[in-house]
Ligand binder design. Sequence first.
Ligand SMILES: Nc1ncnc2c1ncn2[C@@H]1O[C@H](COP(=O)(O)OP(=O)(O)O)[C@@H](O)[C@H]1O
Ligand SMILES: [Mg+2]
Length: 403
Amino acid sequence: MQKPIKNLVGQVADKENFFERPRETKKLWDALASGEHILFAAPRRSGKTSLLFHLQDNPKENKILIFLEVESVSSSVEFFKRLRDVLLQDDDLSSVGIRIGEGAKNVLRRIRGIGSDALAKIELADGEKMPPHKAFERLLGAVVKKLSDDEQLVIMIDEFAQAAQNIAENSPQAAKEFLLAHREIRQNRAFRDKVQFLYCGSVGLEYVTERLEASNAINDVRTVNLRPLQREEARELIQRIIAHENYPPEKSWFTEEIIAILLDRIRWFVPYYIQIFLDAVQTYSNDNELTELTETSIGKAYSQMLGVRKHFVWWEERLRKAFKGNEYKFVVDVLNTTAHKTSIDASEIANLAAKHNVEVFKPILEALKHDGYVVETGEASGYGKLYRFVSPILQDWWRLYVA
Ligand SMILES: Nc1ncnc2c1ncn2[C@@H]1O[C@H](COP(=O)(O)OP(=O)(O)O)[C@@H](O)[C@H]1O
Ligand SMILES: [Mg+2]
């Protein structure tokens, strides 16, 4: 019997509530072992941050994994200051968005030995003669000298593309320089074999860099995608959640038939959607004092889940940030149409682009695919490829609450 898992909703899952994803974990370790820099990409809520925490909690000997989250960062100075703080801050970090695994703590203590010397005092302030990334590069140079021969520092930066996009909102030129600065750091011979960057994000970094005409700034980074669970794994996760003592509905209510109904509705199997659905079933069965589950009650719980705005609203907000003016209208029109009709073909998309005077729409469509809104169905109408929402849950929400 597998260990029960608590139905956490919205907290990053770690330790005993982490549902193992061996395929995905291996992919990341293999990429890290190859020494490459990595872009770890998948739509929001697919479990990226949870997986990074899992790597930290189960490290491989020679990799020192540090984690910082930069979603709200909006300048290069702020970014490199944070990065410096992770390396040099005192123990017992309490800062939000920073996480150091147990194993890495000892190594960082060693590194902090350099905290007292001049390097740590490098000011990363605006108006300094030295650009912030140069100052950071010097610090990193000193840090790697403290590592033993077989140790490598892995700097995991969560929501990196979002930070780049925030910077671009103030100044596209600054964002471009920021991305190129990262490349410069990665290419620095002094620590090429000692430091690896793992950029993580829900927002397509490729798209952000393309927009800034800086695609070459990331062409040395290898993309690793996080795939959703397979149906069998999703079934196992459901079984482990309903077996947990903190999950009130009776385990016996979840017959094979009921589980199949849940799985059919979810279809895009990421832990989050499984958890919010099971949460909705719990609330619904409690409020209505159910003594069994039926297709009807599952359907009602599903509708209630869709009514919880905070589960989904990010998907809408994010588009507003990423696209402006006519492009925004075009994107919303495409999604509205797809939500209603379940699929849309290439010629309809082209028509909508024409309607909104959007001349170059292929990269926008790519971004929608990449960021987890739509996928190709694999079929085609007489007018070209067909697209649908990746997640039927998101499709239903979009149709009911946005379109
Ligand atoms: N491996 C996992 N085991 C259990 N729950 C998970 C797992 N991965 C993700 N979750 C759930 O999904 C939610 C979103 O995961 P998170 O790691 O924050 O995704 P992302 O970083 O891709 O947005 C978490 O709050 C957690 O409830
Ligand atoms: Mg995350």
